[in-house]
Design a protein. Structure first.
Length: 420
């Protein structure tokens, strides 16, 4: 016969072995996952259990037993190592864009015809005779008797001191604050300083690439923002209301998507009057790039709305008296906002490449505007590239930016996928 005894503090009976067992903190079998580790949770009806596992469970709950959607997305995103590194590269690129005037050694329009197509100058940190100190070597300029073009030879006996936070060409930071301080440059502003070489007018290529980033990168953001607004508005109406509005909007989308993208962009860009200034052309090109960009977003939003409008939480919000705009923007859109952000990130590189292509072909922005596409116009001549290959450096900037953004988009898409 089994010896039975009464459990202290309870009115129930159990076996003798039950009395002397350590209290089980997971009597209900409930567990939680914290940072990839399964942690047992104590039974809600039990007294405070003791032991290392129970302490670990309580510590995990104290740190926040539940994580928000964005916290979960960020955790999954950090596991995508390439995307995690790329997002810091993208942030650094946009930080450079924001302070382009200060970071550039000169302005985008400062020129010296004597140094047309001057080669890049290497930055040295020490001199054989004068010791430590940043400097670049000067040029010896001669004229070719056959082509009458300037030829440059590095003069190692002539060094130009280089400093940080030096005074140079005046500019207006963000178009508001007048300044003349540059992060790096020659201590004597009259000396030549071309770390990435010069173009045909003797303008500093590095400075023009930094200035051009503002236009090329901002067009991508503004174009995607317009596509976002149109896509959510029209896609939401189409998916939530259905019926005739859905049919009309979908036929418009199908018509626009049936037109080849590049010929449409070329036709609309060619229709921009040549008399328009750089600012007007900037907004015109942005609008042209957004003509097609919103259609894909609208299709995705419509599909999400069709799947969400019959969900229980939407029905509950409707029965609770919420109006339709509140249901759409307060309940439905936030439920798939991570997917929308991932899709937008993937769309930005396409916008940048589109602006670059149009400007490179002479149908987008025009000089004196400065963008990466405008800078690449100088690289259309093979003879020019043969003598001045540094004119292709804007293409390298485009390559790095687009590649990093694509990696970020891939990482966000995988992190936002609830089925992964």
């Amino acid at each position: 016969m089994t010896d039975r005894t009464e459990r202290p503090g309870t009115g129930t009976s159990g076996t003798a072995t039950d009395v002397w067992d350590e209290p089980n903190p997971v009597a209900g079998g409930a567990t939680m996952t914290q940072e990839g580790m399964e942690i047992p949770l104590p039974d809600s009806g039990a007294d405070h259990p003791t032991g290392p596992r129970a302490e670990l469970a309580r510590a995990a709950m104290a740190r926040g037993g539940t994580a928000s959607q964005w916290r979960l997305v960020w955790r999954r995103f950090r596991r995508h190592k390439v995307a995690y590194v790329s997002i810091w590269i993208v942030l650094a690129i946009y930080l450079v864009m924001a302070f382009a005037e200060f970071l550039a050694p000169s302005t985008a329009t400062a020129q010296d015809a004597e140094y047309a197509y001057a080669p890049p100058q290497a930055l040295h940190i020490s001199h054989p005779t004068e010791g430590f100190g940043l400097h670049v070597n000067g040029f010896t300029v001669t004229q070719n008797p056959d082509t009458f073009a300037n030829e440059f030879e590095i003069d190692e006996d002539r060094h130009i001191p280089v400093g940080f936070f030096v005074r140079g060409e005046p500019y207006e930071l963000w178009g508001v604050f007048p300044m003349d301080v540059h992060l790096i440059g020659p201590e004597d502003p009259d000396q030549p300083f071309y770390l990435w070489g010069a173009d045909r007018a003797g303008r500093d290529s590095l400075s023009r690439i930094l200035y051009g980033s503002r236009v090329s990168l901002s067009i991508g953001l503004v174009g995607v923002a317009i596509s976002l607004v149109l896509g959510i508005a029209l896609g939401g109406i189409s998916g939530y209301y259905g019926g005739k509005p859905d049919t009309l909007i979908q036929r418009i989308i199908e018509f626009l998507m049936a037109i080849p993208t590049l010929p449409l962009w070329l036709a609309l860009s060619a229709a921009i009057p040549a008399s328009w200034g750089p600012l007007a052309r900037y907004f015109a090109i942005t609008a042209i790039l957004s003509v097609i960009g919103w259609t894909g977003m609208a299709r995705q939003v419509r599909g999400k709305f069709l799947s969400l409008r019959e969900e229980d939480f939407i029905t509950a919000a409707s029965l609770d008296g919420c109006n339709k705009p509140r249901i759409i923007f307060r309940h439905m859109v936030p439920s798939f906002s991570s997917h929308v952000i991932a899709s937008l990130t993937m769309a930005v590189p396409g916008m940048i490449l589109a602006e670059t292509s149009l400007s490179f072909l002479g149908l987008g922005l025009q000089a004196p505007a400065v963008s990466w596409g405008v800078l690449l116009q100088d690289a259309q001549n093979i003879r020019t590239i043969e003598t001045a290959p540094w004119l292709l450096l804007p293409g390298l900037a485009i390559f790095i930016t687009v590649l990093a953004m694509n990696f970020v988009g891939d990482g966000l898409r995988d992190a936002a996928d609830p089925y992964k």
